[in-house]
Design a protein. Structure first.
Length: 261
């Protein structure tokens, strides 16, 4: 904990701490591996485009067990640091794949040179909650008929979400699966959803870490403000209630591009 506290980069420190305390990545990877050749239908995919994959470590885990026939991986990542790390991660861990990374916002991305079989959004819709409808529509132009969009987002059900509630003015802290359902229904997409539970360990949460986040100035960026709020308000309340674990739920949406022929 001390190196993260001393670094001053509290957003990355919060996220790293969160990832260490929750099994959301493992449960998601396991679910995608188990269902890729079945209900999700992407095991035959040869080309995958991932939106906002960060440093690529989660995508590598997904690709290794879920995409046995993949030959091309594309990433669209707005962070220069992460886009560089993404290329390095895939070069090291998936050296046989053809990899191309665009360091730009997805709103500005015009699409890959060739159409792909799958477009993946893994817990990133919160970042562009106000434009995700347009981005989904845009993504449909990048995939082949019969191809799919796989979009993962938290449900409204977790204990953590019930603590956050809707009374705080942090827009993306309340952007959840219900918002995606509404967008998909409004646009008459062919879609299915799958629920993947996970847990977060809040036992022995270092109160110095909470205090560190509490004393930072609020960020103008919604995602950072949301993380700050979680550590400032929600987790301390749960800790004071004597909880060691909180139950959470992520939703995986499969959106299929229908063949109009």
């Amino acid at each position: 904990m001390e190196p993260s506290l001393m670094s001053g980069n509290w957003f990355e420190a919060c996220y790293d701490d969160f990832c260490q305390r929750t099994d959301f990545q493992k449960t998601l990877v396991d679910f995608l591996h188990l269902n890729g050749s079945g209900s999700l239908g992407f095991s035959e995919a040869g080309a995958l485009l991932s939106v906002g994959p960060g440093n690529g470590r989660l995508d590598v885990a997904i690709v290794r067990g879920g995409f046995p026939k993949l030959t091309h991986y594309y990433g669209v990542e707005i962070s220069t640091v992460y886009s560089t790390a993404l290329q390095e991660t895939f070069a090291q861990d998936c050296p046989t794949l053809a990899v191309e990374v665009w360091n730009q916002a997805v709103e500005e991305f015009e699409g890959p040179a060739a159409m792909v079989d799958v477009v993946m959004f893994t817990h990133v819709a919160y970042y562009f909650y106000d434009t995700i409808g347009k981005i989904i529509a845009k993504s449909m132009d990048w995939i082949v008929p019969g191809g799919v969009i796989i979009l993962t987002i938290d449900s409204e059900e977790p204990d953590l979400q019930s603590v956050i509630g809707h009374k705080y003015n942090i827009p993306n802290s309340t952007f959840r699966a219900s918002n995606i359902r509404a967008i998909l229904n409004e646009n008459n997409y062919a879609w299915e959803e799958f629920q993947v539970p996970y847990a977060m360990n809040i036992k022995n949460l270092d109160r110095r870490f909470v205090d560190f986040v509490l004393n930072r100035e609020s960020s103008a960026e919604d995602v950072k403000a949301c993380l700050q709020f979680i550590y400032k308000e929600a987790l301390p309340q749960l800790i004071s209630a004597g909880k060691d674990f909180i139950s959470c739920l992520q939703v995986v949406f499969k959106i299929t591009k229908e063949d109009k022929m």
